[in-house]
Design a protein around this ligand. Structure first.
Ligand SMILES: *[C@@H]1O[C@H](CO)[C@@H](O)[C@H](O)[C@H]1NC(C)=O
Ligand SMILES: *[C@@H]1O[C@H](CO)[C@@H](O)[C@H](O)[C@H]1NC(C)=O
Ligand SMILES: *[C@@H]1O[C@H](CO)[C@@H](O)[C@H](O)[C@H]1NC(C)=O
Ligand SMILES: *[C@@H]1O[C@H](CO)[C@@H](O)[C@H](O)[C@H]1NC(C)=O
Ligand SMILES: *[C@@H]1O[C@H](CO)[C@@H](O)[C@H](O)[C@H]1NC(C)=O
Ligand SMILES: *[C@@H]1O[C@H](CO)[C@@H](O)[C@H](O)[C@H]1NC(C)=O
Length: 742
């Protein structure tokens, strides 16, 4: 055979093989096969995964090629490319708990610590705090930000087994950021980013510095929000697990990050992302955080940014600390002044200072091009409707529209005044000088423009103002949750509006490629920002109480939280949980509602998980039955710090019983009395109503009966407060009844 024929022959073979496998592969989808706890030492998980795959697929070679990853450091499972019938076969295997498709999740996109009253000065717990490592699952980290400076930090604690991956734009870790890895297991979702723990988004640097960045004086975004930026656990270490890429965060990677973070020795995990709500063992965050819990690690997760709609909360597993976002006591405001002297205050983060006193001002209607109306509404400044010669060199008023800044920027306008209806409680970072004013102020701006041939105006750089707080952020996801209808979620809130923290220099500050501004600090809003605040508060509590379980830390944070201010909109109670974290108070909660791994197992039995699932979750040779555990009692079946009833239908009468046990962690000998604050139509009976403790760590139980008739008219929510107090502590449990209207 001549050389060229040989080449053609090989191309032909390659083509055929590619066709067969390629087509087959095209129909395969990535699934995660979850197998529970690790097997006994000495068993190779990799071999057992291959055996399972081979049994389901039948072909040795395809079985080998279809496997993407074996999880086997902290729990047992694997990811593989499967055909639907193969996935089904695997699900029928005795050793398999669940098989679920690899889904995409999304990011839930400083002064805040002073506002929360957490002292900047080092406390007596500093030695312990510096031994804590906060694992963050996010978009990576930008080491050049001063928040990650390790000056004064000794080497990582001896227990640390994590690693630091050196890659593009990432030269390594230091004694502050002690670990950094990235996860991009499924080549089927590859984008064109570099495989590196470097943060190409900014989000991961922001969340990790909020959790545990060092204090940086004089931090600001081009002068906006100037102050000391710092993490809540400023002495703790950070380990970054990059799972989010420009096209999202995938289940296979999230699960791998948990698998490694737990084995690496992190003390807390912060996860500011979420997505579709699935049952627990088909959800990588619920699975990962369950295995973290078994190792004494608390996971803090963002509740989501799908508010103010109800039933929008995500990350609801009871072993997760689910965190909503609240406002803080400063807001940003952007002043607009017109040629006639009128001034208005708008919402935005505008980093640009005007160079002149006034600029020409016009509106979309006046700047419309002759035939622009076919492209949209010129008074809204829709893309394509405006004439460049009428926009260039002017500030443009655009009514009732979001995000017209790039249109104005392209047409060389100098800025834009936009309007909002209703409520706007956080600020967008703008690409050109811009702000959003309330519609009624917008009308005044437009009336002025219409009244003169030579309209003038100016937009000043954003400044800050004091504001009442804490309110629930409008975007913060609300309950009622849909999986365990009698566990209240979110659990708690933390600052998540206009937070200044570290950022990456790879993206521009607005994320827009036309933007030439790059900075190591940025202002962001979201439950993504709230989640690391809560993780840091948990680290702070843990540094004083190294022996506390994840549930004890969570209880301390919840029972000492500050209730949010509820203005008119009662439905906000569905997003507030116990209220805003108060880390200083949480160190001395008095009583805690504790939970062991077995308590969660009993709970899962009550939820209908059967003995084969349980044995796999617990691990070991012994086969367990639900009857081996103390049965979960009452309406919710968990010793939870809040109490929640979702009525089945609008006419249901209210009836619930909650069994609770509290552990004395305050004074040795002390007497707690109960105080109930409940609305008309809701009876809350607690027995006994006095708890007399004789020693520290003593546990006492009580029963709470909640009763009421059917809720009337449009009432959807009834909320009550149960409070145990001794002379020093007040231990608050929120009780919330939710009634569906249909
Ligand atoms: C590093 O980041 C810069 C942007 O700051 C980018 O242009 C460059 O491609 C990156 N380098 C690598 C090797 O990815
Ligand atoms: C709109 O008008 C401009 C000139 O004003 C012209 O260049 C453009 O082709 C017109 N577009 C359409 C779709 O008619
Ligand atoms: C254009 O937008 C304005 C302001 O939002 C609105 O009042 C007007 O009805 C819109 N016009 C059309 C044609 O939709
Ligand atoms: C300003 O004039 C435009 C065009 O005549 C009109 O559509 C708009 O309603 C006027 N605005 C106010 C506030 O009167
Ligand atoms: C447990 O439940 C799974 C489905 O969740 C089922 O496939 C399995 O057969 C059950 N096992 C037992 C022992 O009932
Ligand atoms: C329900 O609405 C009716 C009619 O508006 C009113 O008379 C009644 O007092 C309301 N009931 C409650 C409990 O608010």
């Amino acid at each position: 055979m001549s050389k060229s024929i040989l080449v053609i022959f090989f191309i032909y073979i390659y083509f055929i093989v590619g066709l067969v496998y390629g087509q087959d592969d095209h129909e395969r989808k990535t699934y995660i096969v979850y197998l529970g706890e690790l097997p006994e030492a000495g068993t190779s998980v990799v071999d057992s995964h291959h055996k399972l795959l081979l049994a389901a697929i039948g072909d040795e070679k395809i079985a080998r090629e279809s496997k993407i990853h074996s999880y086997g450091k902290s729990f047992n499972g694997f990811a593989a490319r499967l055909l639907p019938h193969e996935a089904k076969k695997l699900l029928d295997e005795k050793s398999v708990i669940s098989v679920f498709p690899n889904q995409r999740r999304n990011l839930h996109t400083t002064r805040s610590w002073d506002y929360l009253g957490l002292p900047l000065k080092l406390g007596m717990n500093s030695l312990v705090e510096s031994n804590l490592i906060v694992g963050v699952l996010d978009t990576g980290i930008w080491m050049d930000c001063p928040s990650f400076n390790d000056k004064g930090f000794g080497p990582p604690p001896a227990k640390w087994k994590g690693k630091c991956v050196k890659a593009a734009n990432f030269s390594g870790c230091n004694n502050k950021v002690v670990g950094a890895k990235y996860f991009r297991l499924d080549s089927h979702n590859d984008g064109d980013e570099a495989l590196t723990p470097a943060d190409e988004d900014g989000h991961g640097s922001h969340t990790s510095s909020t959790a545990a960045g060092v204090a940086v004086k004089g931090a600001s975004l081009y002068g906006v929000g100037e102050g000391t930026a710092r993490g809540g656990a400023a002495l703790s270490r950070i380990a970054m697990y990059k799972v989010c890429w420009l096209n999202g965060c995938f289940d296979v990677d999230i699960l791998a990050a948990f698998d490694e973070a737990i084995a690496d020795g992190v003390d807390l995990i912060s996860v500011s992302l979420g997505g579709p709500t699935n049952e627990y063992f088909a959800d990588p965050i619920a699975i990962g955080s369950f295995h973290a819990l078994k190792k004494g690690i608390l996971t803090s997760c963002s509740a989501g940014n799908d508010g103010p709609y109800t039933s929008s909360v995500s990350n609801v597993a009871p072993w997760i600390l689910t965190v909503g976002a609240n406002s803080i006591d400063r807001q940003f405001t952007t002043m607009v002044k017109l040629g006639n002297g009128q001034t208005f205050y708008g919402k935005s983060i505008n980093t640009f200072s005007p160079k002149k006193a006034m600029y020409p001002l016009t509106d979309g209607t006046h700047a419309a091009s002759a035939n622009g109306s076919i492209y949209g509404n010129a008074s809204n400044c829709d893309d394509g409707t405006l004439a460049k010669n009428k926009v260039k060199g002017r500030i443009v008023y655009c009514e009732g529209s979001y995000d017209q800044e790039s249109t104005i920027e392209e047409l060389e306008g100098l800025g834009t005044i936009m309007t909002y209806e209703g409520e706007m409680d956080f600020s967008y970072l703008t690409l050109v000088p811009a702000t959003y004013v309330a519609q009624k102020d917008g009308d005044k701006v437009d009336r002025y423009i219409n009244s003169t041939k030579d309209a003038q105006g100016v937009i000043y750089r954003t400044t800050r103002v004091k504001a009442p707080a804490p309110f629930l952020a409008s975007f913060s996801s609300r309950g009622p949750q849909t999986i365990d209808t009698n566990i209240l979620k979110p659990d708690i809130t933390a600052p998540g509006i206009d937070i200044l923290a570290a950022y990456s220099q790879i993206p521009s500050v607005s994320g827009d490629s036309a933007d030439k501004r790059h900075a190591v600090f940025n202002i962001m809003s979201g439950t993504s920002m709230a989640c690391p605040h809560a993780a840091a508060a948990a680290a702070y509590v843990k540094s004083f109480h190294t022996d506390w379980s994840p549930a004890a830390i969570k209880s301390a944070l919840m029972t000492t939280a500050t209730p949010l201010i509820v203005k008119g909109r009662e439905a906000d109670l569905l997003g507030a949980g116990a209220g805003q974290i108060n880390p200083v108070k949480a160190v001395h909660p008095g009583l805690i509602y504790d939970l062991s791994t077995n308590s969660y197992i009993s709970f899962l039995c009550k939820e209908g998980y059967n003995s084969s699932d349980l044995s796999l979750l617990i691990g070991g040779k012994k086969k367990y039955k639900c009857s081996d555990f103390k049965p979960a009692q009452g309406t919710d079946g968990l010793n939870y710090p809040t109490m929640h009833i979702q009525l089945n239908n609008p006419q249901s009468r209210i009836s619930g019983v909650f069994y609770r046990t509290v552990t004395n962690v305050g004074y040795g000998k002390t007497v707690y009395k109960v105080k109930i604050n409940s609305p008309k139509g809701l009876s809350v009976k607690v027995s006994p109503d006095t708890l007399a403790f004789t020693k520290l760590h003593q546990q006492l139980s009580f029963k709470v009966e909640v009763k009421g008739g059917a809720m009337q008219n449009d009432t959807q929510i009834l909320s009550a407060l149960l409070e145990w107090s001794d002379s020093k502590h007040s231990v608050k449990s929120h009780i919330l009844i939710y009634r569906p209207l249909i």
